[in-house]
Design a protein around this ligand. Structure first.
Ligand code: DGJ
Length: 558
């Protein structure tokens, strides 16, 4: 028994006054603060001292009021999410300067505990979708004290500039107050596991601030650490922003200052209460590198400026895409940009249309630490055409079984992902086959639109040739390595056929044993049945009820 547990047992009999004299670190010793860990190019979020995958549900923007929560919790429960992701807005906690109101935060944390879910809190501060809509009126309306950016033609932008200390100090003060409050109410239970600093920062319509103040900064030398990080993208080893970065100078400059501002907010918050902190990105088209800054949110953490953020914002633990790309090619391309040895893959937002559900396999299979579709509540709001038109239980139905699949083995999967090897694919829009390479001994082919038995060409009677409904992509496979010859396979609407890798090429390959089962609450495998015969002769076939298999492979001499 650790010291923390012993203290808990001993203190049960103490009076309240005596309890309050016990230092918080002793009281909370068996619940360490959530921590973001990066090791050997892999990442995890440690919650209660062990790796954890966020299976999130993000509420709609205006669901952040006590009464509305009653329409949020049922959706979070129905989808089997382990984390509610929800805004706390500057306007709501500091409506009058210096006077803080944390009543919503109190209700939120209390109800999250009652609903047995964790919280990821979105700080809607100086920037929300780049604009100042969530700042309090005393900020929004005082452009003298909190100046807006100046566009290139001299007109004023809708967005607040990152170059003014008054704005930074005011935002920072409110954020620190929030973090202090979370510390005060949550040190023992650690219900809040993650903070998002601001929301979709950057600016549309201009690459940067062209005010006199900004222009003066723009004429200064570029920080050497940034030049080093940018490698070939720096045209010179020293010089002003224009000299070093040429046509990208305006955007890189703006990214640098946005990142530095947010870094300072995050750092101040962490010195109050060091929860992991990330930022989300409104995306630049991953398939069109020539898309001009300003037509997307210039200066936000788009894929082309991740390196700028890595230098300017070391207190931001990771940068995360908001994924509403309709096509699988574009969705997967964005995942590839954000999965880096120095950046954890976390999908901060994703559309909630049914077709987005399958991407959980790509995200978690690429060592993702969380997946958080947007618009999971029953407030009657739909952000169609980005998301679904549904506003009731139908919103969550395509996601719920997949969350259950990964939720039931959350800790097991999170550990395998952080310490071992995982793979994952989602069905492409064109349903084409994919190959998984497990190293020298094994590989696998993943195919879609299959029957559970035989080959598609045997189905002469069916003019369509494919199972009904399979024209809408919904499949995916995620695999974790358990040992040299053993794999955990999670699947939905897909067929996986294992094959021999180069090291086994002269041997015959066989499925030694395929167990269907699940992990219990202690992370112990529970076998339910063995798949064999028709169930394995034509690959391992997953239909619309997701399943978990433990597959042991073997060889025979030929
Ligand atoms: C991305 C933003 O981050 C969300 O808050 C929301 O506005 C969606 N876009 C659109 O529903």
């Amino acid at each position: 028994m650790g010291i923390g547990k012993a203290c808990r047992v001993i203190t049960f009999g103490l009076a309240a006054t005596a309890l309050s004299m016990i230092p918080a670190y002793v009281w909370a010793a068996d619940k360490p603060i959530p921590q973001f860990v990066q090791k050997n190019g892999k990442h995890t979020l440690m919650v209660d001292g062990a790796p954890f995958v966020i299976l999130g549900g993000q509420a709609n923007n205006s669901s952040n009021y006590p009464d509305t929560l009653a329409k949020v919790w049922p959706a979070i429960k129905d989808v089997n999410a382990n984390t509610l992701v929800i805004p706390v807005a500057w306007e709501q906690i500091e409506p009058t300067e210096g006077k803080f109101d944390f009543s919503f935060v109190d209700t939120l944390v209390k109800e999250a505990r009652a609903n047995n879910v964790r919280l990821s809190i979105l700080w809607f501060g100086t920037w929300k979708n780049t604009g100042p809509s969530y700042t309090p009126s005393w900020v929004k309306l005082d452009n003298k004290r909190f100046p807006r950016l100046t566009n290139k033609d001299g007109s004023l932008s809708y967005a607040l500039s990152p170059h003014y200390k008054a704005t930074l100090d005011a935002d920072k003060k409110a954020y620190v107050a929030l973090m202090n409050h979370i510390k005060a109410i949550d040190t023992a239970e650690r219900t809040v596991v993650l903070m998002q600093v601001e929301n979709e920062v950057g600016v549309y319509g201009t690459e940067r601030d062209y005010s006199a103040v900004a222009n003066k900064l723009f004429a200064q030398p570029v920080p050497p650490a940034l030049i080093k990080q940018m490698g070939d993208r720096a045209l010179k080893k020293s010089g002003t922003w224009s000299e070093v970065f040429g046509k990208h100078a305006d955007e890189y400059f703006h990214a640098w200052h946005m990142a530095a501002f947010c870094n300072e907010v995050a750092a101040a918050g962490k010195s109050a209460y060091p929860l992991p902190a990330y930022m989300n990105a409104a995306l630049k088209d991953p398939l069109n590198p020539e898309q001009p800054a300003g037509s997307y949110a210039s200066g936000g953490p788009t894929y082309n400026v991740i390196d700028v953020y890595k230098v300017a914002a070391p207190q931001i633990d990771f940068l995360a895409p908001d994924l509403y790309s309709p096509g699988s090619q574009s969705y997967e391309a964005t995942l590839k940009w954000y999965k880096r040895p120095d950046n954890a893959l976390y999908v901060a937002e994703s559309g909630n249309k049914p077709t987005y559900a399958r991407f959980i396999f790509s995200v978690l299979g690429q060592q993702g630490i969380g997946f958080d579709p947007f618009g999971f509540d029953y407030t009657g709001y739909s952000n169609y055409p980005l998301g679904t038109t549904e506003t009731d239980r139908k919103i969550v139905e395509p996601f719920a079984p997949l969350y259950k699949l990964f939720g039931d083995m959350n800790r097991v999967w999170a550990k395998l992902s952080f310490e071992g090897q995982v793979w994952g694919v989602s069905e492409p829009d064109d349903h084409s086959a994919q190959t998984l390479d497990f190293g020298s001994k094994w590989n696998a082919k993943v195919t879609y639109r299959q029957w559970q038995f035989g080959l598609p060409e045997w189905d002469k009677d069916n003019k369509n040739g494919f199972p009904e409904g399979s024209d809408v992509p919904s499949g995916g496979i995620a695999v974790a390595k358990l040992s040299d010859n053993e794999f955990l396979v999670a699947g939905h609407n897909a067929r996986i056929s294992f094959g021999a890798g180069p090291a086994n090429k002269d041997k015959g390959m066989l499925l030694d044993r395929v167990e269907e089962g699940h992990y219990d609450a202690d992370g112990k495998w529970v076998m339910q049945r063995v798949w064999n015969g028709d169930q394995t002769d034509y690959g391992l076939n997953f239909k619309d009820q997701p399943r978990l298999l433990k597959v042991r492979l073997g060889t025979y001499e030929k």
